[in-house]
Design a protein around this ligand. Structure first.
Ligand SMILES: Nc1nc2c(ncn2[C@@H]2O[C@H](COP(=O)(O)OP(=O)(O)OP(=O)(O)O)[C@@H](O)[C@H]2O)c(=O)[nH]1
Length: 254
């Protein structure tokens, strides 16, 4: 996992005076678009997270390749970014390592921390490809139950409630990281889990929020490979009405 932080962004937003909010939104959106392209071209997955902090799954890439994103930002933007990289058996542990390494280089708001590059990976063998599991969730018939029916504010709140419940459950029970990615879609990066774990996650969200999710799951050496399989498995959910699909065709409903 890679953690990218804009350097000294808080002070920058008010220097030399308070900057227009829409200019900041536009900068953040552009930066995320560049990040998603950069990571996607290398078969990873990127998440906007809090925009000033972005996250990526970069299995199979050596730590050095992350440096190129720092150069790209320096050349294109009025801000710079620092990067932390962590590698572990679970996504939460890997992002925890990336966070600790970055925090050890100084505060996100320190003038002394600029383009820090924090990776503990010195052994080339550590770059060996390892499997990641991606679960692609979406709300069953979000268009019919929310988008075409509810006030847009309530539709958004419903999706956000389901996302928070799901992300909290996956983090606590399975050391997994889930992000809202648009519309009614949530993507989770997980260690090896079996189909029953996803079945329980879907039940948990249904019980807590009344929202019905379906999920396609797949594994791969890169997030793209796993994520593509997950999207195809999600299509099977849509066609067959099952709630969990993937993991070698196993459905928790079978
Ligand atoms: N990021 C992302 N968003 C998607 C994807 N597919 C759909 N969406 C978003 O989800 C919204 C709803 O689309 P669907 O999920 O196909 O619609 P639905 O009404 O829930 O229908 P079913 O999923 O078949 O139950 C779309 O408007 C998109 O914003 C995807 O693969 N990735």
């Amino acid at each position: 996992m890679a953690l990218v932080q804009i350097d000294e962004y808080g002070p920058w937003t008010v220097t030399p005076s308070v900057r227009r909010e829409t200019d900041l939104q536009s900068l953040q959106a552009d930066l995320y678009a560049d990040f998603a392209s950069f990571v996607g071209e290398r078969d990873g997955y990127a998440f906007y997270n809090r925009f000033d902090n972005m996250v990526a799954v970069t299995n199979g890439r050596d730590a050095e390749s992350h440096r190129r994103f720092q150069q790209r930002v320096r050349n294109r933007y009025p801000v710079t970014v620092s990067v932390g990289v962590g590698r572990a058996a679970t996504p939460v542990a890997a992002l925890g390592l990336a966070s600790e390494r970055l925090q050890a280089t100084g505060s996100a708001q320190s003038a002394d921390r600029r383009e820090a590059f924090a990776t503990g990976e010195t052994n080339p063998v550590a770059n060996a490809r390892e499997r990641v599991t991606v679960a692609h969730f979406d709300v069953v018939d979000a268009t019919g139950s929310l988008t075409d029916r509810e006030n847009a504010v309530d539709a958004t709140l419903a999706v956000r409630r389901a996302t928070l419940e799901l992300a909290t459950h996956l983090r606590d029970a399975h050391d997994s990281i889930a992000h809202f990615v648009g519309g009614d879609n949530v993507i989770a990066v997980c260690p090896d889990l079996d189909a029953s774990a996803f079945d329980r996650a879907v039940s948990r969200v249904r019980e807590a929020t009344g929202i019905e999710l379906q999920v396609g799951v797949s594994r791969g050496e890169t997030a793209h490979e796993a994520g593509h399989g997950a999207k195809e498995a999600l299509e099977v959910c849509r066609e067959t009405g099952t709630r969990v699909q993937g993991l070698d065709g196993v459905s928790a409903d079978d």
